[in-house]
Design a protein around this ligand. Sequence first.
Ligand SMILES: Cc1ncc(COP(=O)(O)O)c(C=O)c1O
Length: 397
Amino acid sequence: MTSLPQQAEEARDRLDVTALRHPDSIKWTLYPPDVIPMWVADMDYPVAPPIVAALQERLTRGLGYHQLRGDPELLPLLRAHLATQGLDDLPEDGIALLPGVVPGLYAAVHALTTPGEPVVTMVPIYHPFHLAITDLGRRVAGVPLREGEGGYEVNWAAMDAAARGSRLLMLCHPHNPTGRVWSAGELEKLRDLAIARDLFVVSDELHADLRFTGQAFEAFAADPRVRSRTITLTGPCKAYNTAGLGIGAMVGHNAALIKRVKSAAGGLMGHEGALSVTMWRAALRDGGPWLKDTLAYLQANRDFMMDYLQTNQPWVRAHMPEATYLAWLDLRDHPRAGDIQQFLLDEAKIAIHDGPVFAPEAQKTQYQGFIRVNFATSRAILTEALDRMSAALDAAR
Ligand SMILES: Cc1ncc(COP(=O)(O)O)c(C=O)c1O
């Protein structure tokens, strides 16, 4: 008899492409059927069995309003989980559930800044950061990360200059798209900056549970020095592959700040769905073993991909993601860097996210030639995608 972890690994190894290419999936249907989709951040793996069981059980009952002041079982589970990341002692009103993390980004910009003001972010960054700022009529003070020996780093002088005129820093920790987990030293400097420049901080920590082995993690607001000025955003959808069931939370030690942000969005925010609450509860309560196995699979995929590139396309500039299942690759040395997304779509039949997506309007051209690749698929599909990409890149030299 095969053990449970083995069965889970087999499920990840033997993905059924026909089943994945269902109209339910934007990842698998946006591009023609001969294209391997490696763009949007969904994993190709089936949902954790305990989550499926909990959802099935939930459907044996009605689907009326659940307890809107916060689910009495979810909240303690979430508190205990956040405490392991340094967010202990959250006050009674220190958690507000949201219909997703992105609404939290928008609500924070809306509540904590006024139109025309600059808001500080790093570039590149998950694009809704920039969209939240510009959609609401604020300006992006986008500070480009710089490439160091070991990976992407913060440009401290530029961060400080951007922070001078601003009231809000939007942080992504771990960072999408580079996969950086900001180190203790970097977090300390970011905290010093937030205090020195008197900034509110919104720290999107949605990818925190997708860390590879050996990678320590501390929430930005783990340090009491910054707790009163920080809102942390979290949710289950990246770690548990449940993005279609939107839910998230805005948490912090300053309950008045949470209330200010939540009420600024008012009725526009909507409430979290009952099935999403059930899903998150099951993930936190029983999803740990599934997540551990998934991370082991992802880590092996990451290592395989990095080795593959090093061997077959050594000119590609790439750094090991420390978290997330996303790799940020610099292909600017290739003759087709100028239209790399379309080139890979047409010639390699793989769909990746184009670098400029992760930059605000004024900085997009600097990211032409970068791509973000989602490696959360089976080893066989990943190998096929890398073979296609490598052959297309070689043929166009
Ligand atoms: C950093 C980050 N924040 C937020 C989201 C989306 O969160 P939600 O679907 O809960 O709005 C993503 C999705 O990939 C993400 O990478």
